[in-house]
Every structure is written in structure tokens, then in C-alpha cells.
Design a protein. Structure first.
Length: 147
């Protein structure tokens, strides 16, 4: 039973806010493209890049969930699956939300000042990587608990 709970927490928690974060990105992109069709190419690239980078936290949850499902219940330490699922799921939950908002704010900054879109995109990717580190920490802890 613990294995199923752990697997569900891993992919469920991470996927929940990653999906919301991606929705925030898509909403902002469509909103800006609707008002500024001349920027649609830039915002299409930003949307795809932002969603792809935000998706990684859900992928970590999926990886841990599949690891948990493959465990032998007879030899798995009590609570390890739930701990692992919670570690990667909770980290992914907040990372997905933060990355979605970050990309949305970058899009708004580019809408206001398209002349510096290259700088904004560079900083956006750097900031996404820094936020992503929290999801990687959750992944490392989850895999350590399972290993």
C-alpha cells in the first residue's frame, strides 16, 4: 500500500503545479500574442522553452514513481516510498509554480520592452535553472531514500 501512495505522491504533487505553471505560461503568451501579433514568433519560442523547462519537475516525479512501482514491498523499508514520493512531489509542486510565474513575468517584461528581449531571455533561462535546482534536490533525496 505504501508503494502506491508514494508513487501517487511523486507524480501527483509534481504534476499538479507543473500543469498549473504551464497554464500560467500559456495564458500569458496567448494574451500577449493576441494584443501584439507582431511579437507572436518571439512568444511562441518563449512559450515552448518555458513549458519544456517547467515540465522537468513532473518528469522527475514520473521517474521516482516508476522506481517506486518497481520496488519489492517485502524488502522496501517502511515509509521509504512515501518519503521519496513526498520529497520529489513537494519539490516539484513549488518549482512548477515558481517557474510558471517566472516565465510569465519574463514575457510581460519583453512585451513592455522588446528591444532587450535577448537579455531578458538569457536571465530567464538562468533563473529557471536556479529554481530548478530545488526540484533536483527533491529528486536526489527521493532516489537516495529508494536506493
Amino acid at each position: 500500500m505504501e508503494l502506491y501512495i508514494g508513487a501517487g505522491l511523486a507524480v501527483g504533487l509534481a504534476g499538479l503545479w507543473v500543469g498549473i505553471g504551464e497554464g500560467i505560461i500559456a495564458k500569458k503568451s496567448l494574451e500577449i500574442m493576441g494584443k501584439n501579433p507582431d511579437l507572436s514568433g518571439t512568444f511562441l519560442v518563449l512559450t515552448i522553452l518555458g513549458i519544456a523547462l517547467t515540465e522537468s519537475a513532473a518528469i522527475y516525479g514520473l521517474i521516482v514513481s516508476l522506481q517506486i512501482i518497481g520496488l519489492d514491498p517485502a524488502t522496501t523499508a517502511s515509509g521509504a516510498a512515501i518519503g521519496a514520493g513526498t520529497a520529489v512531489g513537494a519539490a516539484g509542486l513549488w518549482v512548477g509554480a515558481g517557474q510558471g510565474m517566472l516565465v510569465s513575468w519574463a514575457m510581460e517584461s519583453i512585451r513592455r520592452n522588446p528591444a532587450i528581449k535577448g537579455k531578458i531571455m538569457t536571465f530567464m533561462v538562468l533563473f529557471l535553472a536556479l529554481v530548478e535546482s530545488a526540484a533536483i534536490y527533491g529528486l536526489i533525496i527521493a532516489l537516495s531514500l529508494l536506493g
